[in-house]
Write a protein that binds this ligand. Structure first.
Ligand code: PEP
Ligand code: MG
Length: 590
């Protein structure tokens, strides 16, 4: 039966494919395609893993049988029987074989996929006792996965998650492996998303998340259609369902009719043609009709993203979210040399263009370790995040500052500090920067000059610009957080997403004022929040005097297209009308 689910549009475009349900706790499981001649070996890996668990249970049963009836708890023996029954269940065995043989999934992926299928059936059971058996099924799956860990996968030495192209065989099953896959999950952390960057998935759907949550931001950077906040999608969609992800409208259509499918496939092709046309603008300078030069910069998460930035025609990196180097490492943070190499790689990737490195912005919806939400603090977005975290751990911060300074000897680096709100934080940051230089001097190490910038993303910062203008060479407006903190709306919470409003008069005033004040004293200012890459706002920001935009590489050409069609002079009076209106959204639209 066809139905649709409405969520929040995150990353443009349309994807049509089969659903792959991944439990948030199992995103670690490797997802890759195997070649057809590896099918028997892969089925064997599951069989051997399963048999190892069965043997272990038999051993336990023998030990228990030697105990007297008093010491051998009935619950334990009953539980072992249930586990054995589940392990020998035909549906599990045949299902796993199906995913391996028909879809060429690797063994772990096949096992967890079939787990999701059976778990869903348990969820739907009326009988409470049977419903609770889902936990047993999950336990035995974990055990089989653990037992399989010791068994070398044929692909393990190649790569954990090769792309479809790299691994699809040229056999009859190629068609199966070529079917686009859509990842459906309740929640994914930003680090999980990063893992999927090189993955097999053509689209994403999550139950939770706001449009500017960091999970959504990474999805956008991957430039594949994505919808977040599509509540219950991971419950309503079944493994292997056909789904359409409309990343422009924020709609997920499940089991579409042939007519709907044809309509979306047409839209999909149209989108590809439109994008193809935009690539012609790659080398065109971003200049408005009235001759205003506009700087279009890239936001990146990893040094290797520099390649996409260059090929999209970015004139530099306006925001390197360095925290992605720190995430998903089980607390083992990158040392100075590792960071230094990463920053140098980013510089080299940009081939002489400037790179703005933001100091680590961990916390809130970007926990250090993936899938581990910050539950120790009541309001993590208001807690020890970004510069606060850095100042609370000066050694860690100094390590990063030294690495950035050393990399600056090889190209133009701007240092950007997030979440500043207090002059004391500014002073402490500058002192630590001096100390990092002194430490490098002591070691006799070479380092380069840095331009120093601050993010304006807390209303307090926007309201004390004099201080920021005094201490910094440039400012960068982080609209994602500025909106969150001005309106007291959690940017990652889909239940208040309707109140997250970039056109709220208070937000617009803070943005407009920051731009105007910087322009008045010829201080560089840019916007690096999601507003900068959203073509809906390009004309407004130009009208407010903004001449530097930083966004995902995939958004650069569409924004350039808007810039080329804009008359900045004429837009200025319209932007003032929007700004002074009681209802800016109405003036903006009208
Ligand atoms: C912002 O807040 O707008 C920003 C660019 O930083 P982040 O999205 O990483 O918090
Ligand atoms: Mg921010």
């Amino acid at each position: 039966m066809s139905f649709s689910i409405h969520g929040l549009a995150v990353a443009r475009g349309i994807a049509v494919g089969r659903a792959v349900l991944v439990a948030s706790s199992r995103v670690n499981v490797a997802h890759y395609f195997i070649a057809e001649d590896q099918v028997p070996a892969e089925i064997d890996r599951v069989r051997v893993g399963r048999n190892a668990v069965i043997d272990e249970i038999h051993r336990l049963q023998r030990t228990i049988s030697l105990m007297g009836p008093k010491e051998a708890p009935h619950e334990l023996t009953a539980l072992m029987d249930v586990h054995l029954m589940l392990l020998q269940d035909e549906e599990l065995i045949q299902g796993v074989k199906h995913w391996i043989e028909e879809r060429l999934y690797n063994a772990e992926w096949a096992l967890t996929t079939q787990l999701e299928v059976i778990a869903r059936q348990f969820d739907e059971m009326e009988d409470e006792y049977l419903r609770e058996r889902k936990a047993d099924l999950e336990q035995i799956t974990e055990k089989v996965l653990a037992a399989m860990q010791g068994l070398a996968s044929p692909m393990a030495t190649a790569t954990l998650r090769p792309t479809r192209k790299a691994s699809a065989s040229d056999s009859a099953s190629e068609a199966a492996a070529d079917t686009p896959l859509i990842l459906i999950a309740h929640d994914l952390s930003p680090a999980d998303m990063l893992q999927f960057k090189q993955s097999v998935f053509a689209g994403f759907v999550t139950d939770v998340g706001g449009r500017t949550s960091h999970t959504a931001i990474v999805a956008r950077s991957m430039d594949i259609p994505a919808v977040v906040g599509a509540r219950l999608s991971s419950h309503l969609i079944r493994q292997d369902d056909w789904v359409i992800v409309d990343g422009d409208a924020g709609i997920v259509i499940v089991d579409p009719s042939p007519i709907v499918l044809a309509e979306y496939e047409f839209k999909q092709r149209q989108g590809e043609i439109d994008r193809g046309r935009l690539t012609r603008l790659r080398h065109t300078p971003a200049v408005t009709l009235d001759g205003q030069k506009v700087e279009l910069l890239a936001n990146i998460e990893m040094p290797e993203d520099a390649a996409a930035a260059v090929s999209a025609g970015a004139v530099g990196v306006g925001l390197f979210r360095s925290e992605f180097l720190f995430m998903g490492r089980q607390g083992r943070l990158p040392d100075e040399d590792e960071q230094y190499l990463a920053y140098r790689n980013a510089l080299e990737g940009m081939a002489g263009l400037p790179v703005t490195i933001r100091t680590v912005d961990i916390g809130s919806d970007k926990p250090l370790d993936k899938s581990s939400k910050d539950e120790t603090h009541l309001n993590p977005a208001l807690g020890l995040r970004a510069i606060r975290w850095c100042l609370a751990d000066p050694d860690m911060f100094l390590t990063q500052l030294r690495a950035i300074l050393r990399a600056a000897a090889f190209g133009r680096i701007n240092l950007l500090v997030p979440m500043l709100a207090h002059v004391t934080e500014i002073r402490q940051t500058l002192e630590l920067l001096d100390r990092a230089r002194a430490q490098l001097d002591e070691r006799g190490m070479v380092y380069g000059p840095l331009k120093l910038g601050a993010m304006i993303e807390i209303p307090a910062a926007a309201l004390m610009l004099d201080v920021f203008l005094k201490y910094f060479d440039f400012l960068s407006i982080g609209t994602n957080d500025l909106i969150q903190y001005t309106l007291a709306i959690d940017r990652a919470d889909e239940s208040v997403a309707h109140l997250y409003d970039p056109l709220h008069p208070a937000v617009l005033h803070l943005v407009a004022d920051t731009i105007a004040r910087c322009n008045a004293c010829s201080k560089d200012v840019s916007v690096c929040g999601e507003m900068a890459g959203d073509v809906t706002f390009t004309r407004l920001l130009l009208g407010l005097g903004l001449r530097s935009f930083s966004m995902h590489p995939s958004q650069i050409l569409a924004v350039k297209h808007e810039v080329l069609r804009a008359d900045a002079g004429k837009l200025a009076s319209w932007a003032q009308a929007v700004l002074t209106s009681e209802d800016p959204a109405a003036t903006f639209a009208g």
